[in-house]
Design a protein around this ligand. Structure first.
Ligand SMILES: [Zn+2]
Length: 376
C-alpha cells in the first residue's frame, strides 16, 4: 500500500453500511466496532488517539467547570442572561452566537450552544477548543494524524468546519495537487439526516449514494498515478429509532441539583441526599432508563472520581430520548445510549481485508499507526 485514504463518516453504523449497495461497492469488507459512551466529541477523540474517554477527557459537548478553573470561554456569554429567552434561545440566534464565541475566543473545535440556559453557562465548560484533526494531541494523547506529521509524512486532514460540499471540493483539490500518503476526510451530512428522518429512510439512501460517489472519486484521484491506495470508511456510532419521548423535568428542574440533559443522558451534580431523592423520583416514574453505577462508568472508560461529567448518570434506553433537553427537542433518530447498545457500534469498512486487531473504535488508531510506520 502506498497511500491510505480514511473517510470518517459521522453516524456510519453497520446498519447504514449494509443498507447501501453503493457504499458496499467502494468498501466491500466491513466490521462492527464497539463504540464509546457519550457523543461524537468522545468517539472522535477515541478514534484519533486510541484512548478511552477517561484519558483524553472528551465525552459530551458540555462538562462541569473544574474547581478553581481560571475561566471558560463561556464567560464571554454572561450578558446573555439579560436577553429575553424568546430571542436568545432561537436556533438562528444560537448558531450566530456560537460562531461569534468561537471567533472571539479563538476556538477552532466544534462549538454549539443548543438550548443551554444562560445561567448554566456559569458552571459549564466546553472541553473541545481546538480542531481535532489539526491538533497533534487531544488531552495530552497523540493522535495518529499528529504522529504521522511528526514523522514528516505528507498528511491531509479535512477542514471539518467547512460546509459539506465545500469541504469535499477542497479535499479533491488538495488530494489532486499533493497526493498525500495519509488522508483523513470527513463527512457530516449522514448524522443530520438520520437524526431528522430516523435510521432508515429515502433521504439517508441518497446521502449514502452521494458519499459512495465522493469516496470513489477521492480514491481515484489518489490512485491516478498508479499508486496502490487502501480505502477505509469509519463511523463514530450508528443511529437508533426514537419511539418514545420522556420529559426529564421531574429530576432536571430540582432546585437542589445541577443538571445537564443530553438527549439520552441526564447528568446530575449535587449532595448525596439530593441525588437520592432524584433517583427515587425517576424510579417511581418508571422511565425506560437506568442509573449508571461508578463501576459501570469505570468499565466504560469514564473517570468518575472528581469527574466533570456528573455525580450521577441516568442513561435512557435505546428507543427513547429525553426532551426537552439542553441540546434539542424531538427527533426521529438518536445515538448516545452507551457502548452496550446496538446503535453505538461504529462501522469500519474497507476495500481490503480487515486486520484482526481492529475490533473497537479504540483499536483504529493503533492499526493506522502500524500502517504508516511502515512508510518511514
Ligand atoms: Zn448525531
Amino acid at each position: 500500500m502506498d497511500r491510505l485514504l480514511i473517510v470518517f463518516v459521522d453516524a456510519l453504523g453497520p446498519q447504514q453500511w449494509a443498507s447501501s449497495r453503493a457504499l458496499r461497492a467502494v468498501a466491500e469488507n466491513s466490521r462492527a466496532l464497539s463504540g464509546v459512551p457519550g457523543f461524537s466529541s468522545g468517539a472522535i477523540a477515541t478514534l484519533l488517539t486510541g484512548q478511552p474517554c477517561a484519558r483524553h477527557g472528551r465525552l459530551c459537548l458540555f462538562s462541569a467547570r473544574s474547581q478553581g478553573a481560571p475561566r471558560s470561554p463561556l464567560d464571554a456569554l454572561a450578558w446573555l442572561r439579560w436577553v429575553p429567552p424568546v430571542i436568545g434561545e432561537r436556533g438562528v440566534v444560537r448558531r450566530r452566537l456560537a460562531r461569534w464565541l468561537a471567533e472571539r475566543e479563538g476556538l477552532t473545535g466544534y462549538v454549539a450552544l443548543h438550548r443551554v440556559r444562560p445561567e448554566d453557562f456559569r458552571w459549564l465548560d466546553i472541553p473541545e477548543r481546538d480542531d481535532v484533526f489539526e491538533s497533534d494531541s487531544i488531552g495530552g494523547w497523540p493522535t495518529f494524524l499528529g504522529d504521522a506529521r511528526a514523522r514528516s509524512l505528507s498528511v491531509f486532514a479535512a477542514r471539518w468546519a467547512l460546509a459539506e460540499d465545500t469541504r469535499w471540493e477542497q479535499a479533491f483539490s488538495v488530494l489532486a495537487s499533493k497526493r498525500p500518503r495519509l488522508s483523513m476526510l470527513y463527512a457530516s451530512e449522514l448524522d443530520a439526516v438520520l437524526h431528522q428522518e430516523g435510521p432508515s429512510s429515502r433521504a439517508a439512501e441518497a446521502v449514502l449514494d452521494r458519499l459512495a460517489e465522493r469516496v470513489a472519486r477521492a480514491r481515484d484521484i489518489l490512485a491516478s498515478d498508479g499508486a496502490q491506495v487502501r480505502t477505509v470508511l469509519v463511523g463514530d456510532h450508528g443511529m437508533g429509532a426514537v419511539r418514545r419521548v420522556i420529559d426529564p423535568s421531574l429530576i432536571s428542574e430540582r432546585g437542589d441539583l445541577r443538571a445537564f440533559v443530553d438527549s439520552t443522558i441526564v447528568r446530575l451534580w449535587g449532595s448525596e441526599r439530593a441525588l437520592a431523592a432524584a433517583r427515587l423520583a425517576a424510579d417511581r416514574a418508571r422511565w425506560p432508563a437506568r442509573w449508571l453505577s461508578r463501576e459501570k462508568l469505570g468499565a466504560w472508560g469514564v473517570g468518575v472520581e472528581g469527574s466533570p461529567w456528573g455525580d450521577a448518570w441516568l442513561q435512557i434506553n435505546e428507543g427513547a430520548i429525553f426532551a426537552p433537553s439542553h441540546v434539542g427537542g424531538r427527533v426521529a433518530g438518536m445515538h448516545g445510549y452507551g457502548p452496550d447498545a446496538a446503535s453505538s457500534a461504529a462501522c469500519f469498512a474497507s476495500d481490503a481485508a480487515i486486520d484482526e486487531s481492529v475490533v473497537a473504535l479504540s483499536s483504529v488508531a493503533g492499526w493506522v499507526r502500524g500502517q504508516t510506520e511502515r512508510w518511514s
